[in-house]
Design a protein around this ligand. Structure first.
Ligand code: UT7
Length: 333
């Protein structure tokens, strides 16, 4: 599946917010759990510490905190929302949708609410769908959340994954664009043939959870990290270039590149191939690890608070994740 779009009417981001659990897990904590070292983790991934949710906190809890902040920043009440999209691979339950749990908790009424599962690319997918809903006249105010609690599906004995994965949420409010600022282009793509390289094998309808699947650890996230790495760099480069081209822009026009935070080396390689110097790249993987669908809005929110984003700036966001899925969005702030 490949979909490229240039928005006809278009949406703009009117509010942004993010949330992360308070609990910090450092590389030194991980050294006590698996055979690894702070030095290896920093050198191979760029991560120093990550936020991990406690037992009581689920994806909808972090989504709620991020959503409230985004709505406050936008000056939008729950009653004004027409749509809620939650991009997540770790919903509270398989159903009902986490978006419906969020709708109830926010007190939104007469609102379309659904989950979107595109792994770590979920936020870009959600933004593209929200943009499309506005362009199609399906609503005027759409809340898009990217949230994951990957720690809940982490095998804490697997050093190949447990050093990477973390929890967080980010949210944006979209409204119709009434000026030059807005989502200029989006590019979405997928390749399901590579799905087994990054998956949670059991717990769905193919292999429902049984005592055996739990004993075999098939409810945990499995990843062939080095193979994912190769595809991620190529796909993120391609997607950014396509989205830039659709927007009639080039890499030199990018004021800030906000890539999915999976691995510092992936970020660096992608930026180099796209042609954006690291001073114009947003990274916070050192403090947050890989928060999946939350990573882009978490990083963008940090950049905004640090004064790195000005009105009219061109922001390129790009992600890659389970599916495989990938995608990019070009936004004029
Ligand atoms: O979110 C979207 C999707 N996810 C990603 O994009 C993640 C992509 N992949 C990665 O970030 C990297 O592949 C990893 C960080 C997961 C692994 O880094 P790598 O450089 O690809 O290492 P590797 O898997 O090729 O393993 C190299 C060595 C192996 O040892 P031998 O066989 O060379 O002796 C591993 O067993 O490093 C070993 N290793 C570790 N050593 C210490 C693997 N994990 C660890 C660890 N600590 N945590």
């Amino acid at each position: 599946m490949k979909r490229e779009s240039r928005n006809a009417k278009g949406a703009r981001v009117v509010g942004l917010g993010s949330a992360a659990p308070e609990g910090v897990m450092t590389n030194f904590d991980l050294e006590k759990m698996v055979e690894t070292s702070d030095e290896w983790i920093r050198a191979r991934t760029g991560i120093r510490e990550r936020r991990i949710a406690d037992e009581k906190t689920a994806t909808s809890d972090l989504s709620y905190l991020a959503a409230r902040k985004a709505m406050e920043a936008a000056g939008v009440s729950a009653r004004e929302l027409d749509g809620i999209i939650v991009a997540t691979a770790t919903p509270d339950m398989l159903f009902p949708a986490t978006a419906c749990l969020l709708q109830d908790r926010l007190g939104a009424r007469n609102v379309a609410a659904f989950d979107l599962e595109a792994g770590c690319s979920g936020f870009i997918y959600g933004m593209a769908i929200g943009d499309g809903m506005i362009a199609a006249g399906l609503g005027e105010t759409i809340l898009v959340v990217g949230a994951d609690t990957l720690s809940k599906v982490t095998d804490w004995d697997d050093r190949g994954t447990c050093v990477l994965l973390a929890d967080g949420a980010g949210a944006i409010v979209l409204k119709p664009s009434n000026g030059p600022s807005g989502i200029l282009s989006t590019h979405l793509a997928s390749d399901g043939s590579l799905g087994p390289l990054l998956c949670q094998p059991a717990g769905g309808s193919r292999r429902p959870a049984t005592t055996e699947t739990v004993q075999e650890g098939l409810h945990y996230l499995k990843m062939k990290g080095n193979e994912v790495f190769k595809y991620a760099v190529r796909a993120m480069e391609d997607s950014t270039n396509r989205a830039l081209k659709m927007a009639g822009l080039e890499s030199k026009d990018v004021d800030l590149l906000v890539p999915h935070q999976a691995n510092y080396r992936i970020i660096e390689a992608t930026a180099k191939r796209v042609g954006v110097p690291m001073e114009r790249v947003c990274t916070n993987i050192d403090r947050y690890g890989n928060t999946s669908a939350a990573s882009i809005p978490l990083a963008l929110d940090e950049a905004l608070k640090a004064g790195r984003v000005g009105e009219g700036d061109i922001i390129a966001m790009v992600a890659f994740g389970a599916g495989f899925t990938w995608g990019a969005a070009i936004v004029r702030w």
